[in-house]
Ligand binder design. Structure first.
Ligand code: C2O
Ligand code: CU
Length: 498
C-alpha cells in the first residue's frame, strides 16, 4: 500500500489545513477527507498573509524524493483562504521568490487595480517586496489565486491556492472537500522539468505532466461514510490538462460552475470535462448501502487514463436514505445582460498545429462570415512576423503578445455585450475573462440548457459559443486562453471597460 507516503510528516501540515489527517487514519493508509479545516474558522476582516517562496515537497507516491517547488505559505496548494460573502478581504502578499510575481484572484470581480496583472493593472511585485490586495468578496463561490507573470513557470512550479467565499446560508452537507487538481512534469530525480514554454507544448496541447495530484497527493484514498452528503469543490490548477472526470457511477449533482450557482443537475455526459482555470461544485451522495472503493478517473486521452482519487467507504452510515434537503445555492448579485440592446463582438481563435482544415470547415459551414474573415486575414497579413516564430496562436488575426494594438474591444460603463467566440483550431481552449462573469448563451447555435454563468468557457475544436455580460467593472481586463502555453503563444489580449 503506497498511501503510507501520503502522510509523511512534511505533508501533514498541509493536510491539516484542509481538515484531513489523523494518526489512526494514516495507519489505515486512508486520508479521512480533504475537508474543511477548523483552523480556517472565518476570522472576519482579518489580514491574510500570503508569502511566495521556494520550498520542497514529496509528490511522488513511492516517497523519498523531494521535489523543489515554489509555494504559497510553504505548501502546495497554498493556504486555503476562506471568507464570508460580503467580507472585505485584505491579503498582504510577500514575494520571497528570486523573480517578480503577483497574485491574480481568478474569477473574483475585484477592482481593476487589485486584479494582479503586471503590465496591465499593477507593477510587478519585485523580489523582497510586498503588495496589499484589498477587495470585497461580493460573490459566494469557489475561486482560486495564482501569479499572473511568467505564469507557465510559476504555476507549474506550484504557486496556486484556493479562495472560498461562503454563502450566508450554505446548503446543508455533512462535509466539504476542496480539491485542487494539477499535473506535474517531473525529471527522473523528482525535480520539476525546467523546460518551460517549449515549442511543442505551445503549438499543441500545452505542458502536460504525467503525475496527477489532488492537493499535492497522487491518487489519494479518502475515507467517506455510507449515506454521507459531500460538497466537492473542484479547481483545475494545471497549466494545460483538461480532465474528463469519470465519477465511478456516483452521479454527483453539479450545483455551481466557476463559483456561480447553476440549477442542480447530474451532467448527462459520461465524463465531466474540466479545463484549466475552471471550478465546479458538486453535491455527492455516497449511497447508503455502498461499500469498498469508488475510483475516480480522468479519461480525457484514450489509453492514457489517470487515477484521480479513491473514495473509500468506511464506518457507520450517516443516514439510511439519500439526503433530501435542497441543493440549490442562492444566486450571486450578477448584472443581467440586456440581450436586445447588447453590443456584438467576435473573437476568432486560429493557429496551432493542424488548424487549417478546421478554419476551412467553419467558413464552409457559414459559422465564420466572409467579411469578418477578410478583416482577420488582412490583420494577419500585416503581421507577417507571425510566420517566423513567436505567435503560434492568434486572436482576430493578431498576436497580442507582440504588438501594441491596445484592447480587443472597448465597452461603455454598464454596456451589455454578446461575444461570439469561435475556436477555429484543432485544440481545446478554455477562454477566461477577468473581472466579470458571463452567461454562456449558446454552443454551436443551440441555446445552452442552463444558461450558466462562467468566467472560463471551454471550447472544443471547431466549437463556437456565445457569451454575454455587462461591462460594469471599469478597467482593462485580460481575456485569454487558460492553457498557459497557449496564452504565451498568443491566445491573449484584453478588453477595456469605461
Ligand atoms: Cu486564472 Cu488570467 O487567469
Ligand atoms: Cu488554448
Amino acid at each position: 500500500m503506497k498511501t503510507q507516503s501520503i502522510l509523511r510528516p512534511s505533508r501533514r501540515g498541509f493536510l491539516q489545513t484542509l481538515g484531513a489527517g489523523s494518526a489512526a487514519a494514516a495507519a489505515l493508509g486512508v486520508i479521512p477527507g480533504f475537508g474543511r479545516g477548523l483552523a480556517h474558522a472565518t476570522n472576519s476582516n482579518a489580514t491574510h498573509h500570503v508569502a511566495a517562496a521556494p520550498t520542497s515537497v514529496n509528490l511522488l507516491p513511492a516517497g523519498g524524493m523531494q521535489t523543489p517547488v515554489w509555494a504559497y505559505n510553504g505548501t502546495v496548494p497554498g493556504g486555503l483562504l476562506r471568507v464570508k460573502q460580503g467580507e472585505d478581504v485584505h491579503v498582504r502578499f510577500d514575494n520571497q521568490l528570486s523573480e517578480a510575481s503577483s497574485i491574480h484572484w481568478h474569477g473574483v470581480r475585484v477592482p481593476n487595480a487589485m486584479d494582479g496583472v503586471p503590465g496591465l493593472t499593477q507593477k510587478p511585485v519585485a523580489p523582497g517586496e510586498i503588495f496589499d490586495y484589498r477587495f470585497n468578496a461580493r460573490d459566494a463561490g469557489t475561486y482560486w489565486y495564482h501569479p499572473h507573470i511568467n505564469s507557465p513557470t510559476q504555476l507549474a512550479r506550484g504557486l496556486y491556492g484556493a479562495l472560498i467565499v461562503e454563502e450566508a446560508e450554505p446548503v446543508a452537507v455533512d462535509r466539504e472537500f476542496v480539491w485542487l487538481i494539477d499535473d506535474w512534469r517531473l525529471g527522473e530525480t523528482g525535480e520539476i522539468d525546467p523546460t518551460f514554454n517549449g515549442g511543442h507544448d505551445v503549438g499543441h496541447a500545452g505542458r502536460l505532466g504525467e503525475l496527477v495530484t489532488i492537493n499535492g497527493v497522487a491518487n489519494p484514498a479518502i475515507a467517506v461514510r455510507p449515506g454521507e452528503r459531500i460538497r466537492l469543490r473542484l479547481i483545475n490548477t494545471a497549466n494545460a490538462r483538461v480532465f474528463a472526470i469519470d465519477f465511478a457511477g456516483l452521479a454527483p449533482h453539479l450545483v455551481a460552475l466557476d463559483g456561480h450557482p447553476v440549477t442542480p443537475h447530474v451532467p448527462d455526459t459520461p465524463v465531466f470535462l474540466f479545463a484549466p482555470g475552471m471550478r465546479a461544485d458538486f453535491i455527492l451522495d455516497v449511497p447508503p448501502d455502498a461499500s469498498g472503493d469508488f475510483a475516480l478517473i480522468d479519461r480525457f486521452f484514450d489509453g492514457l487514463e489517470n487515477p484521480l482519487a479513491r473514495l473509500r467507504v468506511q464506518g457507520n452510515p450517516v443516514r439510511g436514505d439519500i439526503a433530501q434537503t435542497s441543493m440549490a445555492l442562492p444566486a450571486n448579485p450578477l448584472p443581467e445582460p440586456d440581450l436586445q440592446n447588447a453590443r456584438r463582438e467576435q473573437l476568432l481563435y486560429t493557429g496551432g498545429m493542424m488548424g487549417g482544415g478546421v478554419l476551412r470547415h467553419l467558413v464552409e459551414t457559414g459559422k465564420i462570415e466572409a467579411g469578418f474573415l477578410g478583416e482577420v486575414r488582412s490583420m494577419a497579413q500585416s503581421m507577417m512576423g507571425m510566420m517566423t516564430g513567436g505567435g503560434v496562436w492568434m486572436v482576430n488575426g493578431r498576436d497580442p503578445e507582440r504588438d501594441e494594438l491596445g484592447p480587443l474591444f472597448s465597452l461603455g460603463n454598464g454596456e451589455s455585450c454578446v461575444v461570439t467566440v469561435t475556436n477555429a483550431t484543432a485544440w481545446y481552449h478554455p477562454i477566461h475573462l477577468h473581472g466579470h462573469a458571463f452567461r454562456v448563451l449558446s454552443r454551436d447555435g443551440q441555446p445552452t440548457r442552463y444558461q450558466e454563468w462562467q468566467d472560463t468557457v471551454l471550447l472544443a475544436p471547431a466549437e463556437q459559443a456565445e457569451i454575454a455580460f455587462v461591462a460594469d467593472n471599469p478597467g482593462d481586463w485580460m481575456l485569454h486562453c487558460h492553457i498557459l502555453e497557449h496564452k504565451f503563444g498568443g491566445m491573449s489580449g484584453f478588453i477595456r471597460t469605461a
